[in-house]
Design a protein around this ligand. Structure first.
Ligand code: NI
Length: 135
């Protein structure tokens, strides 16, 4: 028997998609408006899924209060209202695309969640553009 619980979270962050070794023209061609050298923001919506077995004693899969605190420590505190390129070490040399942000978030959460559970990260950059990463 396996079941997934989900917790939603939210953060606002600024980013710029570019490669330093490319010209401004090529960055604009590949990354479009997201290559704006002056940065721009997104309202990121995060859905974290934890899959495993329900504990018969508590009826919980995982205590959602604990999951909430882990997401706050690993995602909201380090990313909310930050310039991802400038202020977050993970993106000093990694383009902060929605794909890479989801992978960084998953890696951070994975370290904090007991290995008996599977972790998934669904990250919305806009209401219509989102990714799912499961490791
Ligand atoms: Ni963007």
């Amino acid at each position: 028997m396996s079941l997934t619980v989900y917790r939603r979270a939210h953060f606002n962050a600024a980013h710029r998609l570019f490669r330093e070794d490319w010209s401004d023209a090529k960055n604009l061609e590949v990354f479009g408006k997201c290559s704006n050298p002056h940065y721009h923001g997104h309202n990121y919506e995060l859905v974290v899924g934890i899959t495993g077995a329900v504990d018969v004693e508590t009826g919980f899969l995982i205590d959602l209060k604990i999951l909430k605190d882990i997401i706050k420590e690993e995602v909201e505190n380090p990313l909310d209202h930050k310039n991802l390129n400038v202020e977050v070490d993970d993106f000093k040399t990694l383009n902060p695309t929605v794909e890479n942000i989801a992978i960084v978030i998953w890696n951070r959460l994975r370290k904090r969640i007991n290995a008996e559970y599977d972790v998934s990260v669904k990250l919305f950059e806009t209401p219509r553009n989102f990714v799912l990463y499961t490791g």
